[in-house]
Design a protein around this ligand. Structure first.
Ligand SMILES: [Zn+2]
Length: 384
């Protein structure tokens, strides 16, 4: 992948290229951030640049034999490890090469993919992916070989948090790697990663992509006008994976859905009525039917909207809302204090967490409607 194909992340791209050009690139780099921010595309661009035979300033040439192999993810001196499940009919523990075909297809389609997309691609169903001890031993084996073509041997470990304790097997290799070898580990979350691994790597955070860069990327990938692209970009937390899901989805009705929901929650304890309860039940039926991905997008939109409302309370204006949305936001801001916005945000984040992990959406939305109703009347709420 060329650096120019990586969406936004201008500072990081320059930093990576400069580290390589000055010979200061670390032998073990850990890129930390949500997959949709683009850690993996960045790692692919770094690997290609390290191997490129005809670098053009701060980017690879895209045309030399090495670049051509990188663009198909088949360079023999680039190794990938990622979470996998045991394939049917295989006795031994799974290793990444069992799924290398699926992996290359996934990369060429969308290198911003997340763990759940990947698990779906390899038909993991409800099984949890893993980077196994066998995989770690295979990495050690690869590193004992000479390079095939290039000056560097590069190992990319995607979602290294799935190494768990098996990471111990790699400690010595990461600490004292053979010459001209480079590890790039990608994590979304540093917490589950062994401290002994963290301390042996240079950590670089991959921040959210800027709204304007996201909007530009949407315009290049989808048929839409720039207003629509900006509208999507603003609710994605700088995550291109989320942006693509929204762009590919149906017409955006999230503002109407949110308006209805909060109005129901508002009346639930203030002015309880059978009609309102009935409307809430119908609303949960509707949201339950739209599917998990759309529920997550709805929650992202709701979180964005609340953030803007909170800004309205504090500053009196919003740069991202207009029309009916702004009117609704003004109404809500007049009723709520910043702490209440914060409490509702906490509840929405927990719903998102549970939906992502296959919780029953109807139960999630219904039970949390009562919690939001409690926030509206300043009752204490327990968020779980
Ligand atoms: Zn090249």
């Amino acid at each position: 992948m060329l650096f120019t194909k990586v969406i936004g992340q201008w500072q990081l791209k320059t930093k990576m290229a400069e580290m390589i050009l000055s010979g200061r690139f670390p032998h073990a780099l850990m890129l930390a951030g949500p997959t949709g921010n683009g850690g993996l595309p960045l790692a692919l661009a770094v690997a290609q640049y390290l191997h490129c035979e005809n670098r053009q300033g701060n980017d690879s040439c895209g045309a030399c034999p090495s670049c051509l192999k990188h663009q198909k993810f088949i360079h023999p001196d680039l190794y990938f490890s990622f979470p996998v499940v045991k394939p049917e009919k295989k006795r031994e523990p799974p290793v990444s090469t069992d799924y290398i075909k699926e992996w290359r297809a996934a990369l060429s389609q969308n290198p911003y993919l997340n763990y759940y997309d990947w698990m779906q691609r390899i038909e993991a169903e409800n099984r949890q992916g893993n980077i196994t001890a066998d995989e770690c031993r295979q990495i050690i084996h690869h590193f004992s070989l000479k390079t095939f073509e290039a000056a560097y041997k590069i190992q990319i470990i995607w979602l290294a948090e799935f190494l768990g304790n098996e990471g111990n097997i790699l400690l010595k290799l990461i600490e004292e790697p053979p010459p001209n070898t480079i590890f790039i580990l990608l994590v979304e979350n540093l917490e589950p990663v062994l401290n002994t691994i963290i301390s042996r790597t240079q950590i670089v955070k991959v921040p959210p992509i800027e709204d304007n860069d996201l909007a530009q990327a949407l315009l290049q990938n989808f048929e839409m006008d720039s207003t629509a692209a900006q509208k999507i970009a603003r609710i994605c937390d700088g995550n291109f994976d989320t942006a693509m899901i929204i762009a590919a989805g149906e017409e955006n009705v999230n503002d109407k859905l949110l308006h209805q929901w909060l109005a129901c929650c508002y009346h639930l304890k203030q002015k309880p009525s059978e009609a309102n309860t009935q409307t809430l039940l119908e609303w949960t039926e509707t949201i339950a039917k739209v599917g998990r991905e759309n529920q997550k997008i709805f929650l992202k939109y709701a979180l964005f909207f609340l953030r803007e409302c909170s800004l309205l309370v504090q500053t009196g204006h919003s740069e991202k809302l207009d029309g009916d949305e702004l009117k609704f936001a003004r109404g809500l801001s007049a009723k709520l204090q910043p702490e209440q916005f914060e409490a509702i945000t906490g509840i929405l984040n927990r719903i998102h967490y549970h939906i992502e992990r296959n919780a029953n959406p109807k139960i999630q939305f219904l039970s949390n409607s009562f919690k939001i109703a409690s926030v509206f009347i300043n009752e204490p709420v327990r968020v779980d």
